[in-house]
Ligand binder design. Sequence first.
Ligand code: C2E
Ligand code: CA
Ligand code: CA
Ligand code: CA
Length: 278
Amino acid sequence: AKAEATNHSRFYIASVDQEIRARKQLEKDLSQALRNHEFHLVYQPQISLQSDRIIGAEALIRWTHPERGMVPPDEFIPLAELNGTIVDIGQWVLDEACRQAASWAAAGMPLRIAVNLSAVQLRQPDIVGTILATLGRHEIPPGRLELEVTETGFMENLEDAVEKLRQLNSAGINIAVDDFGTGYSSLTYLKRMPVQHLKIDKQFVQDLLVNEDDTRIANTIIDLGRSLNLAVIAEGVETQEQEFYLRQRGCQIAQGYHFSRPLLPEAFVKFVEAFHGK
Ligand code: C2E
Ligand code: CA
Ligand code: CA
Ligand code: CA
């Protein structure tokens, strides 16, 4: 039994070692991905449940690794946050999303664009100026941009985050709290934060009609939104039943595979035209 245990731990150490090596390699590849043009953005429509119109799109990053193919953002974003490459990657995302929004506006489709902002980006001293300059460069009115921030990320330096979000918000940029309900959602910070939207995380939407706890959580977020005068966005809406429930419960905006997967720019434009019956 002892020998067996030793073998197990050797095997364990070997596999951990392999994992570390693979991670190091991925980190190295990540630092070159921007230069090698390996990223692109896809856009997922956000639908107003009140007007049945598409009111905007969330920009989501995609990485095509030269050998591994598609690497999901859940895998590389945390890594990019750890080694700081998220700052340059995030800036590229913002720039590309604004460029796209400008080209849609020029084509008579002035949709709002939502961009995920990492807490690491928000910690950069010059982030407010950088974001405003990017909007200016693309001639995008600030009201057309929404920044999605998660609560967990900025908790460790709340004062600094609140101050920057306040500056961005008073310039006209919308702020959404992403993954709402999964972190340390606190009413205290919500009251102090300059926020316009709460996003119900897809984990609560997925089992909305199956799991009573999830139904209660979703209901609570919708009610909280109403009492704080914040519009609520449900992400991960996959069925007609979920859409129906959310609409009659008073959720204002929905996003998910039931309407559309995240799309490449051309497909996105076609989707919007078809949805609006053009
Ligand atoms: P998130 O911001 O919470 O984005 C929602 C995720 O749910 C996206 O996954 C989206 O493709 C997926 N999704 C949308 N509708 C449905 C649905 O109906 N069912 C299911 N099962 N999933 C749905 P994605 O694109 O893989 O992104 C994962 C996460 O990676 C994002 O979660 C976000 O935290 C991060 N991420 C993606 N793009 C960026 C970016 O440009 N910058 C930063 N900082 N993070 C990003
Ligand atoms: Ca998001
Ligand atoms: Ca989420
Ligand atoms: Ca997330």
